[in-house]
Design a protein around this ligand. Sequence first.
Ligand code: BTN
Length: 320
Amino acid sequence: MDNYLKVIKILKENQDKFISGEKIAKMCGISRVGVYKIIKKLISEGYEIKKNKKLGYKLLFSAFSPEDILKKNLSIVSKIYHFKKTSSTMDVAKKILDETPNIENVLIIADIQTSGKGRLQRKWFSPKGGLYFSLILKPQISPNIVFNLNYLFSLSIAEVLRENYNISATTKWPNDVVVEDKKISGILIEIDTEIDKLNWCIVGVGVNLNINKEFFIKNKLQATSVLELTNKKVDINEFLSKLLEKIDLYYKDFIKNEYKQIIEKWSKISSTLGREVEIITLTTKIKGKAIKLQQDTGALLVETPSGIKEVLSGDCVHLR
Ligand code: BTN
């Protein structure tokens, strides 16, 4: 392990405690100046480290570290690109695919996006503190069932929030994660298909982690964050590791065309099913009661006065 990684490891093992530069230097077998230089680099990368002349260094908050993710050996991540700031990880993903068409299982992550994209041409606010990533995947499946990826991802996010942060996150059709009608996460999927073949898909995920309430108020957003709900800062590496592990697990079912578990679990924690909704598609508006998801295609069944309608895309408004 190189000295840079050794220093991170030592600081993490002593998180929230001071450890002297001399001690770190000894443990790594380098000089105190060497330690100082590494600490300076870490701070420039976004680590929050408190310095004290007498006591040394105290790690308060870790920046994103690709090593933590890569060492998990997940089947969906073989390469990582990390940006401190970029326009949108979706655009970067497309550029990577243009330049290296054979690439897959690539994770592109950014600390800040200057023109984050949401569904239906909306903007995705992406200040520092949120989690923003895109994943390039090439599942060998028919394009007809790619819609189920929405459920796989939103279920995974909601479960990580519920299981590890005690947040009662629910899934909102088609692919939002909300807490009491406030959005905490959104997913954007872009695909490239031929008649019966899916060439690639890029799944973009945004999760409001360490964003304060004032930001949502200032920008008039009906949104919330883990920080607002728990009053604690989330370690981005920990969150992302847990999330990617979950996605990896469900993805194994997904590529075998097995969606039963994903759909059932998504439905159990859904705030849409059983509710009066209005689905706005490109061509129509459908009003009725959201009943259930179709197991195979993932279509939403809506009971309307003129019969049951199947919907595969659109914007969903919860009415009651
Ligand atoms: C939505 O709910 O409207 C979808 C939001 C998707 C946001 C993510 S953040 C990472 C990736 N890059 C983008 O520009 N958008 C997606």
